[in-house]
Structures are given as C-alpha cells and as structure tokens.
Design a protein around this ligand. Structure first.
Ligand SMILES: Nc1ncnc2c1ncn2[C@@H]1O[C@H](COP(=O)(O)OP(=O)(O)OP(=O)(O)O)[C@@H](O)[C@H]1O
Ligand SMILES: [Mg+2]
Length: 445
C-alpha cells in the first residue's frame, strides 16, 4: 500500500481531509432516551414497524446509475433513478424509475420525494433548480454550491486557481466582444491553444485543439455566438494523464484510492491502470492530499474525481473535476476493497467510508467502445468467446445499444504483470467491441 497515512483502515477515521472526528448519532435513527421511552405492557407492545431501507435518488439513468444500483442492492438500500427513457442503462435494472427530464423541476421533485439523499450520474442539472430543491428540504449531495464547480469549466478553473491548485494557464471568455482577450492571451502563453465550451461537454466533446490563433478565434467565436462561454488554455505538453479519486462524507471523513493513470485515445479514456505505474510516492501522495483538500474546501459530498495532467517536466496540473463516480474509478469494482459506487452511497448517506486498499498489486480497466459498425456476432456471443479465452476477465456491460465510440461496458483484469495485463485488456476490449482478436487468435486452431 503506497499511502498508508491517507488510506482508510477499517475501524479508523481516515486521517487526511477530515474536518471532524466526533462520533455523531445518525440523523436517520434517533435514539429515544430510556427515561422518556413509552412504558407499554409487553402483551400490548405494538409489532415492530417494518424497517425502511434508505432510499437514494439519482439523477440520470446511465451506466453510473446502473452500477450504483448494483452497490445499493448489496447494502440493502434502494436506488430510484430519473431516466429520460425506460431503455436507459439504469432504468433497465432498477424497478424504481421516474421517467422525466433533469431540467424539469417537477420531475426532479418526483425523483427526490421521500429520498434520504438526491445525487447524480452527470452534472447537467441546472444549479438554480437544485437550490430550489434544497430550499424545499431535499438533501442534495453534493450540494449545489459544491456541484457548480463541476458544472462549468470556467467556474471550476477559477476556483481551482483561487484555492492554489496548479492549473494550465487559461483565460475565460464569456461574451462575443471578449474575443480580443484571446490575442493577448495567445501572445502571453506562446503555446498551442485548446478551446473548451464551459458547459455541456463530455468524452472530449466540447474540447477543441486549435491549429493556430485564427482557428482558436473561429472556434471560440462559434461557441460564443451560440451563447456558450469558453475556457481557452495552453495545450500542455503531456507525459500522461492521471486521476486522483477520493470520497468525502458530510461528517467530513475523507478516503483516497491510489492515483491511477488514464490512457486516452482521441480524447476518450481507453484504459485505466491502478495504481499509476512509476509514479513517485511523493507525487502520488501530494495528488491524494490535493484531492482530499479540494473535496473538503469545496464541500463535496460523495465521490470526487480530480483529473490531472502529468507534464513532460514531471509536474502535476489539475485539468478538471467530476463530483460523482467516474470512469477512472471503474477498476475499484473488482480491484479495491470498496468500489467507488458503494463509497458514493456510503458518503451521500453519511455512513463511515470503506477501505480503499487495492486487493491486488495491479488492476487494468479497459473501456469497451462501440465499433464503427456493430459486428454480425451478437454481444452475448462475443462474451461467450471472451470467457472461453480469458476466464479471469471481469466484465461489466451497460445494456446500451452499440454506437460508434460509445462506452458500452468495461473489463477489469487483476494481476501483477503490467505489460501482460494491458495487452490482455486491450485484446479483450477490442474483441467485445469488434468481434475480432487483433492477435489473430482462433479458438479452432
Ligand atoms: N490543456 C490541455 N492540454 C493538452 N491536452 C488537453 C488539454 N485539455 C484537454 N486535453 C485533452 O482532452 C481530453 C478531454 O478534455 P477535458 O477533460 O477537459 O474534457 P471533457 O470532455 O470534459 O472530458 P471527459 O468527459 O472525457 O472527462 C483530456 O483528457 C486531454 O486528453
Ligand atoms: Mg475530462
């Protein structure tokens, strides 16, 4: 274990990032002091009321909600999801579904009704609607004043800079007449530019690498003309990308998983290696501390992913934040004592957090990304073949229709040999997506 002092041990309150170590009684199970407990004759005692399992409401019916439901089952909890249609990944598996829109206050009220906490599988709910729900007594986790820092890339970047987190050099442009700023910024940084829409992007959508200054102006101008602000930043010379995943509870407990490497291809994460190979302990520890500090200072409740750039010079810069279970934490489903989905539930319900230790030296996660054209062989048949060749593959499929580049599942491999695990993860993910073994393997040979 690399960062013993940061990692939660059973029976311990994790040490870093906590604000309070006081034990407080759970708000869900108030204890009646003995002297005021009603005195009832034994034969008249009412039957114990059936226990009510905690209910968590999650906005969004995608794979993150689906896998959170899976964790809720084990904890005896219920997950209700707000999905846009009955065939979404989570709506297929949880019986408790509200079909509606994340930007409709009445739909949000319906999913939140009676829930102990309302949480998210994406960050697209308008913040003012969340403020309204809070005013109506809903326990929104993470709270809107924290979540706003994961909803708008410019708000996020400014806050990170204000908190002293190292970030790429940037400028924010909010109105078309602010384009002038871009020239001055370009002259100042003297590096290729990246233009990002401040809202609405994911998997690299909304992130554009500008060819030159004129291109950057054109891209930024298009967004601004459509009423979308932009974050313009230097293109960082990357050695690789990392992610520091932590969780924080309302009580102030914090827990950090090992820092991982996220391998990206065309702006999409294709593999995650846990822990990040050859990351000096010092740097890994600093990244965990930073993530725990950000979680505490922003008032995060639940899982927080801090996406990091490791520069060619060996420095770490924060790219962005996500306040929910994150693709870089899918390895924890099989490779850690506590999965990020279970931890998210524990955190939003203010339970003690779980042990984040890895259970093996290395876990490699590969995303299954939909092929350009779905293969003739059914996905289920491909799964049969995968298991025949690789009985140790831990497969998680999302029930989503296969579309080009779409994340339809992921596979975890656990072991000790990095090169071998990575190669097998790559082969397996490609096989599941395309129905082809890239090494020419043939079961009938
Ligand atoms: N300043 C930069 N310098 C170099 N590469 C960058 C920069 N900003 C973004 N990228 C690349 O683009 C990818 C996507 O960027 P970013 O994470 O900001 O967008 P996103 O669409 O919100 O991402 P996602 O949903 O995949 O997390 C990054 O993971 C990185 O590979
Ligand atoms: Mg990102």
């Amino acid at each position: 274990m690399v960062h013993n002092d940061l990692v939660l041990q059973p029976g311990n309150t994790p040490v870093a990032g906590h604000e309070s170590m006081m034990a407080v009684p759970s708000s869900r199970t108030p204890e009646v002091p003995p002297d005021v407990a009603p005195k009832v004759a034994p034969d008249l005692a009412p039957m114990a009321a059936p226990e009510v399992a905690p209910l968590v409401a999650m906005v969004g019916g995608g794979q993150l909600a689906r896998m959170t439901h899976q964790a809720a089952i084990a904890l005896g909890q219920n997950l209700r999801v707000l999905a846009t249609s009955a065939d979404e990944a989570a709506a297929q598996v949880t019986p408790n579904v509200v079909i509606g829109s994340h930007s409709d206050i009445d739909d949000l009220r319906r999913v939140a009704a009676g829930a102990h906490a309302l949480t998210f599988d994406h960050e697209h709910v308008p913040n003012e609607l969340l403020e309204k729900l809070v005013a109506e007594g809903v326990n929104v986790a993470p709270p809107p004043q924290a979540l706003v820092h994961a909803q708008d890339k410019l708000v996020m970047r400014r806050k990170l800079a204000a908190l002293g987190a190292p970030v790429p050099r940037y400028t924010g442009i909010e109105r078309p007449d602010g384009l002038e700023q871009l020239d001055a910024f370009a002259a100042q940084v003297d590096a290729p530019l990246v233009v990002k829409a401040v809202r609405g992007g994911y998997d690299g959508r909304g992130v554009r690498m500008a060819r030159d200054l004129a291109d950057a102006r054109r891209i930024a101008g298009d967004y601004l003309a459509n009423g979308v602000g932009v974050l313009v930043e230097e293109r960082v010379a990357l050695r690789r990308e990392l992610s520091a995943l932590v969780a924080r509870s309302p009580l102030g407990q914090g827990a950090a998983w090992p820092v991982v490497e996220t391998v990206q291809r065309d702006g999409i994460c294709v593999q995650v290696i846990a822990p990040a190979p050859q990351l000096p302990d010092e740097l890994a520890g600093a990244a965990q501390q930073l993530a725990l500090r950000l979680a505490a200072e922003l008032g995060v409740v639940g899982v927080l992913a801090v996406e990091l750039f490791e520069t060619t010079g060996g420095a770490l810069l924060v790219n962005e934040l996500a306040m929910r279970p994150h693709n870089s934490g899918h390895w924890t489903m099989d490779g850690s004592r506590t999965s990020q989905f279970e931890q998210h539930l524990r955190a939003v319900l203010d339970y003690p957090l779980g042990d984040t230790d890895p259970i093996v030296p290395l876990t490699v996660m590969a995303n299954v990304l939909g092929a350009a054209a779905p293969p003739a062989m059914s996905l289920d048949e491909r799964l049969h073949h995968l298991f025949a060749r690789m009985p140790d593959a831990k497969v998680h499929l999302y029930g989503k229709a296969e579309r080009p580049g779409r994340k339809v599942g992921h596979i975890n491999f656990l072991g000790t040999e990095l090169a071998e695990l990575r190669e097998r993860a790559e082969l397996a993910a490609h096989w599941l997506a395309h129905g082809q073994w890239t090494d020419g393997w043939d079961p009938h040979d």
